[in-house]
Design a binder for this molecule. Structure first.
Ligand code: SF4
Ligand code: SF4
Length: 114
């Protein structure tokens, strides 16, 4: 339904503004699942806010490869870890995108953990 509503090609100009507002609201309510087409943009916008580098679990392997924002991109493809705590629950990205899980670097992205 979101894709249909958010494709405004066939929407009369008079209705366009209202439809856009509703589309935005649905995306906000639905989180990442409702806006897969925007995922690369969302990753780029939020990567700088990721607080993983301050985490005790974050290690030299991740730092060397500049790996971040595992909550959206999935577990680290190359590094191994010892769990030493996870800062994700306190991260502004988790708050803004309504994500509830943790240890994304080990367990995989929010969508994978559902
Ligand atoms: S929730 Fe965790 S993995 Fe996602 S941006 Fe924040 S600190 Fe990084
Ligand atoms: S995903 Fe969580 S545990 Fe992994 S480095 Fe980021 S804050 Fe730490």
């Amino acid at each position: 339904m979101n894709s249909l509503l958010c494709s405004l090609d066939n929407v009369d100009n008079h209705l366009r503004t209202g439809a856009q507002k509703l589309c935005y609201g649905l995306k906000k309510l639905g989180g990442m699942e409702a806006m897969p087409e925007d995922k690369p943009t969302i990753i780029a916008q939020n990567r700088v806010k990721c607080i993983c580098p301050k985490c005790p679990t974050y290690n030299e392997c991740m730092r060397t490869d500049d790996q971040l924002i595992f909550c959206l991109t999935g577990r680290s493809p190359t590094c191994t870890f010892d769990k030493k705590g996870c800062l994700c629950p306190a991260c502004p990205v988790a708050r803004d995108l309504h994500m509830k899980r943790s240890y994304y670097c080990i367990r995989g992205a929010e969508e994978e953990q559902k």
